[in-house]
Design a protein around this ligand. Structure first.
Ligand SMILES: C[S@@+](CC[C@H](N)C(=O)[O-])C[C@H]1O[C@@H](n2cnc3c(N)ncnc32)[C@H](O)[C@@H]1O
Length: 255
């Protein structure tokens, strides 16, 4: 590692409620000289970035990539080479569908020191705020996290739908709004009971979070009627029934 180079902190900002930001993340954000961010951390956290820092939005919006991943990697390397302290701010946890691992590998290859600051992942916190524990002794002690946005026209899918349909635990699907119908169909086609409870939680832990509950059979239709939009988490499994008992958690922070 070169002493001339700055250090890069890959920071997870949590799912949106600013009070779910870790103390370590807060301290590092407040002392950053450069912050490379996208929109997922949410308005409240982005507005709390220090005025003194250089702020670079590399935000990737569905269908409108402002910067490609290789460009972001290169930017981190170039900024670190100026000797400054860099924060790469990401929603949730940097290593859970956050491409933080790829960025860390690039930094290591370039001889730049880095540190990861884990964040509270939306995969767990968003269902929690919706009254859905992802495991529960009486329902399931298994949970799996998958990405739901694979292109259905792709010949090779990274997801083994047959295994997922047989999996008795909770499925937590990130990035799956557009493919909700296709994903539900895949699970049913491979034998998952169509009456399996499903919840889609939009903008979880934020003041305007919204929960839509249905079954594998009707969730796509319900989501269409309610114009469900990203960012959203889909939970499939019996734990969804706990939503009716535990209820939705009010987001207390004003933001
Ligand atoms: C690129 S992944 C990043 C996940 C992130 N690294 C994490 O650990 O939460 C983006 C997806 O995370 C989920 N997500 C993140 N924040 C969310 C929120 N507040 N409410 C609902 N879904 C959220 C959505 O599925 C979204 O499409």
């Amino acid at each position: 590692m070169s002493g001339k180079y700055g250090k890069v902190y890959l920071i997870g900002s949590g799912p949106g409620d600013p009070e779910l930001l870790t103390l370590k993340a807060r301290r590092l954000i407040d002392s950053a000289e450069v912050i490379v961010y996208d929109q997922l951390p949410g308005k409240a956290i982005l507005e709390s970035m220090p005025a003194s820092a250089e702020k670079i939005d590399v935000g990737k919006y569905a269908g409108n990539h402002t910067m490609t991943q290789p460009e972001i990697n290169e930017l981190l390397v170039q900024k670190a080479k100026t000797g400054k302290m860099i924060v790469r701010l990401k929603g949730g946890d940097p290593y859970v569908f956050g491409r933080g691992g790829e960025e860390a590998e690039v930094l290591v290859a370039a001889g730049i020191e880095f540190e990861v600051v884990p964040g509270i992942t939306s995969a767990i916190a968003v269902p929690a705020y919706a009254g859905i524990p992802v495991t529960h002794r009486e329902n399931t002690s298994m949970v799996t996290f998958i990405t739901g946005h694979e292109d259905p026209t792709k010949q090779e899918t990274g997801l083994d739908w047959e295994a997922l349909a047989k999996f008795g635990g909770t499925l937590v699907i990130l990035m799956g709004v557009k493919m909700l119908g296709r994903n539900a169909e895949q699970l049913m086609k491979h034998g998952k009971d169509p009456s399996t409870p499903v919840a889609v939680i939009e903008r979880g832990t934020r003041p305007d979070q919204r929960v839509t509950v249905g079954t594998l059979l009707n969730i796509a239709e319900l989501a269409k009627e309610r114009k469900v939009k990203a960012p959203a988490i889909t939970v499939v499994g019996d734990v969804v029934n706990l939503h009716a008992i535990l209820g939705e958690q009010k987001v207390e922070t004003e933001f």
